[in-house]
Design a protein. Sequence first.
Length: 237
Amino acid sequence: MTSIRKLAALSLLASLVLTGCATTGENPKDPWERQNRAVFAFNEGVDKYALKPVAQGYDYVLPTPVKTGVTNFFDNIGDLWIGVNNLLQGKPADAASDLGRLLINSTVGILGVFDVATPMGLEKHEEDFGQTLGRWGAEPGPYVVLPVAGPRDVRDSGGLAVDLLTDPLSYYPHQVAVRNSLRGVRLVNNRAVLLPAEKVIDEAALDKYSYLRDAYLQRRRNLVYDGNPPRPKDDDE
């Protein structure tokens, strides 16, 4: 499995290198727009004919409490790496809260199926290695759309490679069939969670690509600065 994780990370880097050879466009934050739109169209096709129908069936068949439990289960697994990233970002209090969530939800919450930590005041955070890089001054770089992985910027693409290598499901359980099944359920569940938001986007966006790009860049900036980003500098500055 180590070789598979390394291959996934290398494929991300290769995508960036190939994209970097492309000609620049008009948007300074999206100089590879023509190529990004092509990958975006490919991803939309994969989603339309493969992932979305499965997610819709999953959403239709399972009752809400079950779907909530599945989401909580995978969120609980993610709290371990979130805590590590908070520690790397110099936020030990948040890291302690994340690890506290993991301990409480894994025991009292029955492997994380029930989120009992949030009512106890242990806030759920959202951190990844891309945010950690941004915390220490790494610039986001150009916007890029990766095959299947979707919207990123150069910094977050490198962070994603690290996130893949440190994914707890890559190390446990040891049974390959069980591990792959859990990954598949997580993918479908994550897609099902986005179904309501997708309807809003389709109704509001004249250009879905631009809408998602601008939303992604703004959201990532807010996450890096914990909801309090500095005012952007004027072009003259």
